[in-house]
Design a protein around this ligand. Structure first.
Ligand SMILES: [Mg+2]
Length: 269
C-alpha cells in the first residue's frame, strides 16, 4: 500500500547529475529503475532536485538526451543558483539568486586583478586550460587528476588571501566561488522554503563538489554510488550513510531504497 504524502519519510531527494544519476556512455544514461523510483516518490509528494555544477542549457540538453519521463521539481545550477519548476518553466528563486550574483560579483571584483599571476603560475608548470566564464574569473581544466590535485592545493593557498573565496572542484575541473554558496547551502535554502528538516532529506553524489551537501547538517540520508571518489565514499560512510556496490544511477536507486526502508522502520519504533 502506498503511503500518503504526510507519512513519506523522505520528502526531498537531492541528486548530483554527472556520474551520480547520469552517465553519457550508458543506455539509457539515467537508469529506468531510478526513474521509476523517483516517479513513485514524486507521486507521493516528495520533491526532487538535481543539484549540479552544470548551467541551465547544458543540463537541459543532457536531460533531453536522457529521454526521461520525470521532471525535477527544483534545480541547483552551477552549484549555487536555485530554480523551481512553476508548471511551465524553471523560474529563478529571485531572492536567493540575486543575493548570490551580488555576493559573487563583489568578491570576484577583488580577486580578478590577481588572476593573471595565478594563470601564469599554472601555465609555467602544467598543460592545463585556464579561462574566465560567466560564473568565475578563473576556471581550470587540468590535464589529469594528479595535476588537478597539485593546482587545487595552490588555489586553496591563494584563497586564504580573500575572505569567503573558495575553490569548487569536480574531477579535473575547478573554479572559484563564494563560500556561502554551494550545493549544501542551496539545499538548506530549499529545505527552509519547503519547511522540512534534514531528517526528511536524501542526498546522493559522487565527487568533491558534492561534499557540502553530503553532510548530516543538510541531509540525514546520505548515499553514494560505487564510482564515488574515495573522500566522498569515506565521508558518506563516516556519517552513517550508504555506499552502494552499484555504480551511477543504479547505486542511487539502491541507496534510496535502503534509506526509505531504514527511515520507515525508525518511524515505527
Ligand atoms: Mg558528479
Amino acid at each position: 500500500m502506498r503511503e500518503s504524502p504526510a507519512t513519506l519519510p523522505i520528502k526531498l531527494i537531492s541528486t548530483d547529475f554527472d556520474g551520480t544519476i547520469f552517465t553519457e556512455f550508458e543506455k539509457p544514461p539515467i537508469p529506468v529503475s531510478l526513474e521509476n523510483l523517483i516517479a513513485d516518490l514524486q507521486a507521493q509528494g516528495a520533491k526532487w532536485v538535481i543539484n549540479t555544477g552544470r548551467d541551465m542549457s547544458s543540463l537541459m540538453e543532457a536531460l533531453g538526451r536522457a529521454r526521461i519521463s520525470i521532471q525535477p521539481d527544483y534545480l541547483v545550477l552551477v552549484e549555487r543558483e536555485i530554480y523551481q519548476h512553476d508548471g511551465v518553466r524553471y523560474a529563478p528563486i529571485e531572492a536567493w539568486n540575486t543575493a548570490c550574483a551580488r555576493d559573487h560579483a563583489e568578491l570576484f571584483a577583488r580577486v580578478r586583478p590577481e588572476v593573471p599571476a595565478l594563470t601564469a603560475w599554472i601555465n609555467a608548470r602544467f598543460r592545463a586550460t585556464v579561462y574566465e566564464d560567466a560564473f568565475s574569473p578563473f576556471c581550470l581544466i587540468a590535464g589529469n587528476n594528479g595535476d588537478a590535485d597539485v593546482i587545487h592545493a595552490f588555489l586553496d593557498e591563494f584563497c586564504t588571501r580573500f575572505p569567503q573565496l573558495t575553490v569548487v572542484r569536480n574531477d579535473v575541473y575547478a573554479r572559484f566561488c563564494h563560500a556561502a554558496y554551494n550545493k549544501g547551502t542551496a539545499l538548506a535554502e530549499l529545505s527552509r522554503r519547503l519547511k522540512i528538516g534534514p531528517g526528511q532529506i536524501f542526498a546522493a553524489g559522487d565527487h568533491l563538489n558534492d561534499l557540502p551537501m553530503l553532510s548530516r547538517v543538510h541531509a540525514r540520508w546520505l548515499a553514494a554510488p560505487s564510482n564515488a571518489v574515495t573522500p566522498v565514499a569515506e565521508s558518506v560512510l563516516g556519517q552513517d550513510g550508504f555506499v552502494s556496490q552499484l555504480p551511477h544511477g543504479g547505486g542511487v536507486a539502491d541507496g534510496l531504497r535502503h534509506h526509505l526502508l531504514q527511515a520507515a522502520s525508525q518511524k515505527q519504533t
